[in-house]
Write a protein that binds this ligand. Structure first.
Ligand code: APR
Ligand code: ZN
Length: 243
């Protein structure tokens, strides 16, 4: 396998999906025993589902909060921290994962594209989202102490828009003109959900090199220049040559 060379001219955008956290024991969404196999997406991960049964949604996310608190970052997360330390502001990590494992591993230049499991916001007023590890297994719906409305996890649900500031940050990183060579690496993602699944095309349009590290072929594998099949926790620690 040819190495991914990270040198003083490299600008690296990384996109991670559930397959990176899977190495820490966090269930993925699609495929064998995936989260969406056992829970109807609309009921637990959409504004309509929250409207219909907020208690069910809090039970689902309380279970995910407890699960994510009890696992540790893995060698794949740690490799990305080393790459960031090597590249500095020529590194950006866009993650679809909401489990907070990248930050716990030490990643700092992170865009939480789909929100964060350990942040809560109000469904009924525009108060700032806040850090929150509380769980509500009995399905009580916590109340907002600003407006008395219903609190909800600060997650981007199906049918909701990603934060424009996040998309701008990623877009500016891709189109930055500073003489560096753009490289894009996606790891552990099925390429099923947009706009994350379209980043490879944005990078190709910016004449960047594109890599996919995944356990199996993804929906957009053929869009990548390089495809390395394998477990992210094994491939990421040995893939890059830091020069
Ligand atoms: N190493 C590498 N890849 C893996 C591993 C592993 N150990 N385990 C699983 N994979 C791959 C699977 O083959 C699959 O292609 O990771 C991918 C996980 O795909 P999904 O479960 O669809 O997760 P993801 O791509 O992150 O989903 C994107 O969908 O439901 C929404 O918001 C949710 O962020 C999520 C988004
Ligand atoms: Zn409120």
């Amino acid at each position: 396998m040819e190495p991914l060379v990270l040198d003083s001219r490299t600008r690296l955008l990384v996109l991670t999906g559930a397959g990176v956290s899977a190495e820490s024991g966090v269930p993925t969404f699609r495929g064998m025993n995936g989260l969406w196999e056992n829970h109807p997406v609309e009921a637990v991960a959409s504004p309509e589902g929250f409207q219909a049964d907020p208690a069910l949604v809090w039970r689902f996310y309380s279970q995910r909060r407890s699960g994510a608190s009890s696992v540790m970052p893995n060698p794949g997360h740690e490799a990305l921290v080393r790459w960031e330390q090597h590249l500095g502001d020529r590194f950006l990590l866009a993650t679809q994962n909401v489990d907070g494992l990248h930050s716990r591993a030490g990643s700092q230049r992170v865009v939480d594209m789909h929100g964060n499991l350990f942040r809560t916001k109000c469904a009924d007023c525009r108060r700032e989202p806040f850090d929150d590890t509380s769980v509500h297994p009995s399905g009580t719906v916590p109340k907002c102490d600003h407006c008395g409305g219903r609190l909800r996890p600060d997650i981007v649900w199906f049918g909701e828009m990603l934060a424009p500031s996040d998309l701008t940050r990623i877009g500016e990183f891709i189109t930055r003109k500073n003489g560096t060579r753009l490289v894009f690496l996606a790891a552990g993602t099925s390429g099923a959900v947009w706009p994350a699944a379209g980043l490879v095309d944005e990078v190709r349009a910016a004449r960047g090199d594109t890599w996919l590290i995944n356990f199996e072929s993804a929906a957009n594998t053929e869009r990548f220049h390089h495809f390395v099949q394998g477990r992210s926790g094994e491939v990421l620690p040995t893939l890059a040559k830091l020069v």
